[in-house]
Design a protein around this ligand. Structure first.
Ligand code: GDP
Length: 469
């Protein structure tokens, strides 16, 4: 793999002489414009001249084998995405091997009796899906669209449909909460049909499965439907050769440093290699599977946690393997420079749009908030109370509401969007959750009186954004 300077000039549209200068600057020997430069160097040079690059990995000459599907769960808030993932996770290897206690890694694997497996991304909702896609990471093969049988199609159901369609990712519908007396799966089918989703029973190709995440009914049917969908898609990946992978989640561990959950798209990720991850770099020191067991390598669609990065990457960042530390450093530096250039350019463009952005226009500070309360009525009351904190300076963004105690998935969401968690009339979360929150610096507010909650949040706003409240 690689290309000549002639080719590089053609693709970037830049004169060969300036490319040659850059090559000399990065310490590459160039004797002739027909000398091939490595793909890493080509990327670096392209970035230097401000050209966006995307690596296409060819599967030529290497064995291509079937691979498991990667699934994202989407749907309207409170329709049971988290509950469904929890229920599916309990059927996974990790849950069995770890005695039911699983660490949240951003993904888990369900092994089927047939020997096949399914990989689930553990961050529900289209926000995560789109954030990844925005970074060029097409990780998801199939979307499970969760629709509550008692509530039917709602605005975020349609949003999720739109996101899946835009990404050309097929949908399998899970009609959830079928245990409820008010469940009306037939109505959901009709609604989905009239929204243009071609359901199987109406002659289309979208499978529909009735489930209950709480009474754990239909989970096996859902898994089978996903396998069938995957089979129809004939998902394959190159197994040999250097890995091309994506980050689905990243976190900082006090002892182990930056950790990234990665899903390999193609090739095999091997321990000990130098990698560039987004704009960061590192050398893979350890690879763990979703049960926390050390492993030497990761194959396509297998989620693993990698250790050894020098900085914290972002979800959706690509992982590429490079030959040497020097090259890793160089590419990472190049990408950082490019990011900074893009950032400055954006600020610049912003300035042109709003010429007086300096002092007259106050910045509206966003306060993302997650609300958990004992019953639906209180959820609504607390939501209204939080919205009353809105002002020209402060934008209260309610990212998630729910009934029940504060859970690990609330923490994950809070961490992803820098949100406060408000628990109203709920039990104090288990110490493991509190510990994790402290570690991730997530603020949890527990109250039983609206007035006290408002006062507390008001103080927080003053702290976050002095002079705005
Ligand atoms: P999300 O916002 O889509 O992630 O929804 P959650 O998983 O947080 O579920 C919202 C609420 O619906 C919770 O109170 C769950 O206990 C409840 N729920 C979820 N699935 C089911 C189900 O299959 N049956 C019943 N009866 N309740 C459910």
């Amino acid at each position: 793999e690689g290309m000549t300077i002639v080719e590089l000039a053609k693709r970037t549209g830049k004169p060969m002489s300036s490319l040659q200068d850059i090559l000399i600057n990065v310490g590459e020997k160039v004797d002739s414009e027909f000398d091939p430069v490595s793909i890493d160097i080509a990327e670096l040079v392209a970035m230097e001249v401000g050209v966006n690059v995307r690596r296409l990995h060819s599967n030529e000459g290497s064995e291509v084998l079937p691979r498991p599907a990667v699934i994202t769960v989407m749907g309207h808030v409170d329709h049971g995405k988290t509950s469904l993932l929890d229920a599916l996770r309990q059927t996974s290897v990790a849950a069995k091997e770890a005695g039911g206690i699983t660490q949240h890694l951003g993904a888990f694997v369900v092994n089927m009796p047939s020997g096949s497996s399914i990989t689930f991304l553990d961050t529900p909702g289209h926000a995560a899906f789109s954030a990844m896609r925005a970074r060029g990471a097409a990780v998801t093969d199939i979307v499970v669209l969760v629709v509550a049988a008692d509530d039917g199609v709602m605005p975020q159901t349609l949003e999720a449909m739109a996101h899946a369609k835009a990404a050309k990712v097929p949908i399998v519908v899970a009609i959830n909460k079928c245990d409820k007396p008010a469940a009306d799966p037939e109505r959901v089918r009709i609604q989905l049909g009239s929204e243009g989703l071609p359901l199987e029973e109406m002659g289309g190709d979208v499978q529909v499965v009735e489930v209950s995440a709480i009474s754990k009914v239909g989970l096996d049917k859902l898994e089978e439907a996903l396998l069938l969908q995957a089979e129809m898609m004939d998902l394959k990946a190159r197994v040999d050769g250097p890995a091309q992978a994506y980050v689905v989640e990243a976190r900082l561990d006090r002892g182990r440093g930056p950790l990234a959950t990665a899903i390999v798209k193609a090739g095999t990720l091997v321990c000990g290699k130098y990698v560039v991850v987004g704009a960061e770099w590192g050398r893979i020191r350890a690879i763990r599977d979703t049960t926390g067991k050390l492993t030497e390598m990761a194959k396509p669609a297998m989620p693993v946690e990698i250790e050894g990065l020098r900085g914290l990457p972002m979800a959706g960042d690509d992982i590429i393997v490079v030959d040497s530390e020097e090259r890793a450093r160089m590419l990472s530096a190049g990408r950082k420079k490019k990011l900074e250039k893009d950032r400055l350019k954006k600020i610049d463009e912003g300035r042109i749009e709003i010429p007086d952005a300096s002092e007259e226009t106050p910045v509206r500070v966003e306060m993302p908030i997650i609300i958990k309360a004992d019953v639906q009525g209180t959820v609504q009351a607390v939501t209204d109370a939080m919205k009353s904190l809105n002002s020209p300076q402060v934008f209260v963004n309610i990212v998630h509401v729910g009934v029940g105690p504060i859970s690990q998935s609330d923490l994950d969401l809070a961490q992803a969007c820098g949100a406060y968690i408000v628990g109203f009339n709920v039990r104090s979360p288990p110490s493991s959750v509190i510990l994790a929150a402290n570690r991730a610096n997530i603020k949890i507010k527990l109250h039983r009186v609206i007035y006290h909650l408002l006062e507390d949040m008001g103080n927080s706003i003053v702290e976050t954004a002095p002079g705005t409240f």
